[in-house]
Design a protein around this ligand. Structure first.
Ligand code: SAM
Length: 281
């Protein structure tokens, strides 16, 4: 079998299993099976596969047809400008979370030395990207999941930032260490009803603790706001992501806790997604 007929075979299997990105996924999986780039595959469509390479491709197709996300199959996801190691212990970094990095960069200069805290760090993508961009800064990152912290530490080592960011396995409710200039977070914020409606690739594979946050989806956000009051320096910034239909509730919670709301940023679909706020007292 050559590359072209293998791709057609893959397309057919993935399409019949309702994988919307079947064409791209087939190309990526064939490239992985052959340990080549996608470009190598597409420019050599008449090359022949060895039997064992085809079996490897078939094994990858089986994983994908069961809806396993490509990022978990590749154990890797790009976020901001960098690659991060991921597995089923951590959320796959999302492009909308990059808004938080953008906002931090707008508020700090390249040489500034700020102290950051990332709440619910998962793969560590957020804090590690920030510290890469602001090399004189330092940070701490916490997560309730021990397995997530292990992945985040591996990512810190991969990016040579293990001495810049301290990773701690702890619940935000119990964390009361130090005073920070910035607190950033992409917390779990999905409510019970929306969770049931999530696509299979998210619901079946990504960690529930990274997604669900009680009946209204605000349980962790509430705790983050309360704790940030203690953990931020005066005029420190709290910047975090929230879900659909949560903007007003999030604003109220912040105001009740004496935060000034600087701005709300919209995502690529024009949904309010990230809030920038300042601790006033
Ligand atoms: C939506 S994921 C975000 C991961 C990563 N920051 C990202 O943007 O890809 C939320 C993370 O918060 C963690 N988490 C959930 N509840 C927590 C809590 N009470 N305290 C600390 N971390 C928590 C989860 O384990 C998960 O890793």
């Amino acid at each position: 079998m050559n590359y072209l007929s293998s791709l057609n075979y893959g397309n057919k299997i993935l399409k019949s299993n309702n994988i919307r990105s079947y064409k791209l996924d087939s190309e990526l999986l064939l490239a992985k099976a052959l340990n080549k780039s996608r470009e190598d595959i597409l420019t050599n469509l008449n090359f022949t596969l060895e039997q064992k390479e085809f079996y490897m491709f078939k094994r990858l197709l089986i994983r994908r047809k069961k809806k396993e996300p490509i990022a978990y199959i590749f154990n890797q996801k790009e976020f901001w400008k960098y690659k991060f190691l991921v597995n089923e212990d951590v959320l796959i970094p999302r492009p909308e979370t990059e808004i938080i990095v953008e906002e931090v960069l707008k508020l700090t200069s390249y040489n500034s030395s700020k102290l950051f805290l990332d709440i619910g760090t998962g793969s560590g993508c957020l804090i590690l990207s920030i510290v890469k961009e602001r090399p004189n800064s330092q940070g701490a990152a916490i997560d309730i999941s021990k397995k997530a912290i292990k992945i985040a530490i591996n990512n810190a080592k991969m990016h040579h930032l293990e001495n810049k960011v301290k990773f701690i396995n702890i619940d935000i409710d119990k964390f009361n260490n130090n005073k920070y200039d910035f607190i950033v977070s992409n917390p779990p914020y999905i409510n019970e009803i929306s969770f049931k409606r999530l696509e299979a690739n998210v619901k079946l594979f990504e960690p529930t603790i990274a997604l669900k946050a009680g009946l209204d989806g605000l349980r962790v956000i509430e705790n983050i706001i309360k704790q940030s009051k203690k953990l931020l320096k005066k005029n420190g910034k709290l910047i975090f992501e929230f879900g659909e239909n949560q903007e007003n509730k999030v604003k109220n919670l912040l105001m009740e806790n004496k935060f000034y709301i600087n701005k709300v940023c919209k995502d690529i679909r024009s949904f309010p997604r990230v809030i920038v706020s300042t601790k006033l007292i």
